[in-house]
Ligand binder design. Sequence first.
Ligand SMILES: [Zn+2]
Length: 74
Amino acid sequence: MADQWLHYFFGYAPWVIGTVIVLVAYFSTRKTPVHAPVGQTFACAKCGRRGGREQMVPVAQEGAMSWCCPSCAS
Ligand SMILES: [Zn+2]
């Protein structure tokens, strides 16, 4: 009985430990926020294409400022 438990334990221990390591690594990478440039994206007022703030061109439209992609602004 005990031998069988030992056999089971050492048979599954590498898998259990490996899974725990993977989970710990997974959650540790998730908890520490990677400071990726989330960057606000703007949708083009004409074609709706989304782009980064620096890619968009401000266009005055009916008294309001709207953002257009370079291809629409030109
Ligand atoms: Zn556009």
